[in-house]
Design a protein around this ligand. Structure first.
Ligand code: SF4
Length: 151
């Protein structure tokens, strides 16, 4: 049985966390510790709620009426094996992942489930409010099938 440590599921869908009107899942745990992070309450994985992946998928199906889901954190790749299970459970969804890692660090198997991905750490000195769906200039928001070369 696979488990994920989650922080929360946003009460209402968001227009700011990827393309379209999206349900947002915050996973718990981040080991990147970017200076200026706005989500420091997600850093300690032991403060998350442990939930069975199949149960979480069921809850997301009930909540996410349009099947557009963004998974953020925290750092989702900290729990990459269980994350992969969740992506597989929701493979018919339009899935977006927010990670602080660079694109080359994202496992190809995870990428294969995603429609969109935001990559790169938050860098306070490069903070920007005019680039869609990112917090700092170094970060990239990519449409996987268009912008990412997979071998
Ligand atoms: S990766 Fe995200 S959650 Fe983690 S420290 Fe950086 S901004 Fe915060």
């Amino acid at each position: 049985m696979a488990y994920l440590y989650i922080n929360s599921i946003m009460d209402n869908p968001s227009l700011c966390d990827g393309v379209g009107y999206r349900t947002v899942l915050f996973l718990q745990g981040c080991n990147l510790h970017c200076t200026g992070c706005q989500n420091q309450s997600t850093w300690d994985i032991t403060k998350g709620k442990k939930i069975d992946v199949k149960e979480l998928a069921k809850q997301l199906r009930e909540k996410c009426f349009n099947k557009k889901l963004t998974i953020t954190g925290g750092e989702p790749l900290m729990q990459k094996d269980s994350l992969l299970e969740l992506l597989n459970e929701l493979s018919d969804f339009d899935l977006c992942l927010y990670t602080g890692h660079e694109l080359k660090e994202v496992p190809a198997e995870i990428l294969s489930y995603l429609k969109y991905i935001k990559v790169g750490p938050f860098v306070q000195e490069l903070k920007i409010t005019t680039k869609p769906f990112v917090g700092s200039k170094n970060q990239e928001f990519l449409e996987v099938s268009r912008d990412v070369k997979t071998k």
